[in-house]
Design a protein around this ligand. Structure first.
Ligand code: PGA
Length: 261
């Protein structure tokens, strides 16, 4: 039964998500979305998301309504409400019609002390709230040089997805983002990206073979229009999480086109 099902599993729809980080005021964001929408209107077979600062969420949800662009947040607290100054919860995002959230980006881990323990709480909360989580994992340069990449990925996948039941694993999007490739212009080679992402898929497979076939795993780290097609064509790469190049509507639209099946 399980084997028959596995054979008929449909292809994974690619996701291209732009991570704006702390860029764009609401008026900048408006200008951007008006430029982006016509550029991606004819695209099909690709999910498109922009992950924007909290202050841009409402405007972007309104402007993108009815289009193929979904609006995601960049972080979220696991509690629905409480005395957590400066934080935003899943119900707050859901009520705005936000569709997903980036969790565990390396900048949050490195600069703001985001822990695997917190992520283990956040990922299932996002799923239960109907938000698409994009869980980011990846090794530092030192870990890669020390041949510690697999250990790091194994640990992050085990800890961060520890509270997600096997039958919901495939509902998480995982982004493999080698930290040495983020914002550096140093993109992983296709071999490095494919190898790490296949490894992550195998880790998911250790828990559920079906989830491993269905789970979408993105590559992130210096994705640009010039290198997107090669990375997106890799067998285990199901899309991209794009930082710097997502800030220009034209460049981002080119990457979306490169992901079109
Ligand atoms: P980059 O960022 O594309 O600018 O390297 C990727 C990310 O941080 O998600």
């Amino acid at each position: 039964m399980a084997a028959a099902k596995a054979k008929t599993t449909p292809a994974r729809t690619p996701l291209v998500a732009g991570n704006w980080k702390m860029y764009k005021t609401e008026s900048d964001a408006e200008e951007y979305i008006q430029a982006l929408l016509p550029r991606v209107a004819a695209v099909s077979g690709v999910d498109v998301a922009i992950c924007v600062p909290f202050t841009d969420l409402r405007a972007m949800v309104d402007s993108a309504r009815g289009s193929r662009v979904e609006v995601y947040a960049q972080n979220m607290h696991h509690e629905p409400e409480g005395a957590f100054t400066g934080e935003v919860s899943a119900p707050m995002l859901s009520e705005l019609d936000v569709r997903g959230v980036v969790l565990g980006h390396s900048e949050r881990r490195q600069l703001f002390g985001e822990s695997d323990k917190a992520l283990a709480l956040k990922v299932p909360v996002a799923l239960d709230a109907g938000l698409q989580p994009i869980l980011c994992v990846g090794e530092t340069e030192q870990e890669r040089d020390g041949e510690d990449t697999e250990r790091k990925l194994r640990q992050q996948i085990k800890d961060d997805l520890g509270n997600v039941p096997d039958e919901r694993l495939a509902d998480v999007v995982i982004a493999y983002e080698p930290i040495w490739a983020i914002g550096t212009g140093r993109v992983a080679t296709p071999e490095q990206a494919q190898e790490a992402i296949a490894f992550i898929r195998a880790l998911v497979g250790d828990r559920s073979a079906e989830a491993a076939q269905r789970v979408r795993i993105l590559y992130g780290g210096s994705v640009k229009p010039e290198n997107a097609a090669e990375l997106l064509a890799l067998p285990d790469v199901d899309g991209a999480l794009v930082g710097g190049a997502s800030l220009q509507a034209d460049a981002f639209a080119q990457i979306v086109s490169a992901a079109t099946p």
